[in-house]
Design a protein around this ligand. Structure first.
Ligand SMILES: [Zn+2]
Length: 326
């Protein structure tokens, strides 16, 4: 029987990577993926598709396919083709969710504050990250994720809902001891080999829960609702947009990213214009008095976070200062 594997690769959880761009990062990324390819080919896997899932999907060097007609490289998750049947997937180089004490933790984008799914037993929303979302998306397509490597957070998230799949922690934010790259790669190889001995079917994730996506800027969710997405307000008052499943979110993620870029640009443009207006209004006011007023902290909010409520409040305070009533 032909065995077909999918490698989803991200860069933040690659051994030895100290920055996520540049030639050195690309080289380390490529070396680690090549290592995984070799382990799979040497252990009975016949065909491999590698997906460069980081950012624009152009960091893994094309040499990984050279001389190997059974290895294919695709760019970004939207290029993964499920007409092909994968027996299993491995996730290499992953990182923790936004807000976790990991190495470059984030969930897709830095304007996303949290993605979570409702757990009936606990009666509350459980935050999940790219590892779990990826596992559920692949689960929806019938592909079990048998192995996840990356930082401690990624390894934790690999077993957040499934204690069985093989996690391989090869970095941690709090690392105190210096450990050589070769030694850590050795561990990765051992763990990857172990994962091949698992009952792959038991690693299949179910993708049957709606997912809530929350944003840092208070107006982002409404801006996306205006573009046709569905709003959801949580029992705790937090709000965002919701998707039927992780696979639905993954299939929309590139479209959403485009909209978020546009929304972020509009917020910044509005705030730059607002600050210009503030400077004009406050030009005759004492700077310290403005800084020490209730408007002070609001005015030091970042351009990407300041919202209409804050802007209106600042204007009310400044106008009353100008009018001498404060
Ligand atoms: Zn990445």
């Amino acid at each position: 029987m032909m065995t077909n594997a999918l490698i989803l690769a991200d860069i933040e959880g690659i051994i030895g990577v100290n920055e996520t761009f540049g030639d050195n990062a690309g080289e380390l990324f490529t070396q680690e993926v090549e290592l995984c390819i070799n382990v799979l080919l040497e252990n009975g896997i016949h065909k491999i598709t590698v997906c460069d899932a980081h950012n624009k999907g152009d960091m893994i060097l094309p040499r990984i396919t050279e001389g190997r007609d059974n290895v294919k490289l695709v760019s970004q998750v939207r290029s993964v083709c499920f007409a092909e049947k994968y027996d299993f997937a491995i996730m290499v180089g992953y990182h923790g969710m936004e807000g976790s004490p990991g190495i470059w933790p984030h969930t897709y984008r830095y304007d996303i504050k949290q993605t979570s799914i409702f757990d009936k037993r606990l009666g509350k929303n459980i935050p999940i990250g790219e590892v779990e979302i990826g596992a559920r998306w692949l689960g929806f397509h019938g592909v079990p994720v048998i192995f996840v490597s990356g930082d401690r957070e990624a390894a934790y998230e690999a077993n957040q809902f499934n204690p069985y799949r093989q996690a391989s922690c090869i970095r941690t934010l709090l690392q105190t001891e210096e450990i050589k790259i070769e030694v850590l790669r050795d561990k990765l190889v051992q763990d990857l080999k172990s994962s091949l001995k698992l009952d792959w079917d038991l690693c299949l994730s179910c993708d049957n829960s709606p997912i809530l996506v929350e944003f840092y800027h208070s107006e982002t969710a409404d801006a996306l609702v205006a573009k046709g997405y569905t709003k959801f307000i949580n029992v705790d008052g937090s709000e965002g947009i919701t998707f039927k499943s992780c696979s639905e979110l993954v299939s929309e993620i590139h479209h959403i990213a485009g909209l978020l870029n546009q929304i972020g640009f509009e917020v910044e443009t509005a705030n730059i214009a607002f600050l210009k207006e503030v400077r004009e209004l406050a030009k005759n006011l004492d700077k310290d008095a403005v800084a020490n007023s209730e408007a002070g902290p609001l005015l030091s909010t970042s351009l990407t976070l300041l919202d209409k409520v804050a802007r209106d409040k600042v204007m009310v305070i400044l106008r009353s200062m100008v009018n001498g009533s404060v």
